[in-house]
Design a protein around this ligand. Structure first.
Ligand SMILES: [Ca+2]
Length: 168
């Protein structure tokens, strides 16, 4: 291999969610990286329960929980959430985050709009384990840039890490 990228996935197929893309520039580096990526995947697979790593897409008619969207105005990749999530990093999603040897894709710091099912409500948090700046959501939020908050992308856009949901 003369440079390029290494794509590796965890061994919990078909919902292989521990996916990591590593970039390398020469044969030696690629080889070295491959062994590190393999080690990373092995550790990640041991630490995570495979069936907890993906979220269903938003349904057409939301009647339970909330739907989160990667883009404003309910656009982009979506997911339905019906119970509390203490760390969105645990769920494969559309947003890439750099790590030491490449990038991982998850839902952390990603949400830009939220649909709320009738009667349900949610509290979204800037940090994991329901901590940090928070916003109570009782109605649809088409653009998290326009809510109170001090995130780098305005308001609470691309900034949410944990979510509590409340049934009617
Ligand atoms: Ca976003």
């Amino acid at each position: 291999m003369r440079g390029g990228s290494i794509r590796a996935a965890g061994d919990c197929a078909p919902n292989a969610s521990t996916q990591l893309v590593a970039r390398c520039t020469d044969e030696l580096e690629c080889g070295r990286m491959l062994s590190r990526v393999t080690a990373f995947i092995a550790v990640a697979s041991m630490l995570t329960a495979c069936d907890e790593r993906t979220l269903p897409p938003a349904p057409d008619n939301l009647d339970r929980g909330i739907s989160i969207y990667a883009d404003a105005n309910y656009l982009g990749v979506s997911a339905q959430i019906t119970s509390d999530i203490g760390d969105l990093k645990s769920f494969t999603g559309p947003c890439a985050h750099e790590i030491e040897y490449g990038a991982i894709q998850d839902w952390n710091d990603c949400v830009s709009s939220i649909h709320v099912a009738p009667g349900w409500r949610a509290i979204v948090f800037r940090d994991d384990d329901f901590s940090g700046q928070r916003l109570e959501v009782t109605a649809d939020v088409p653009n998290l840039q326009l809510v109170p908050g001090s995130c780098n992308h305005d308001g609470l856009n691309d900034c949410i890490t944990s979510i509590k949901v409340f049934a009617p």
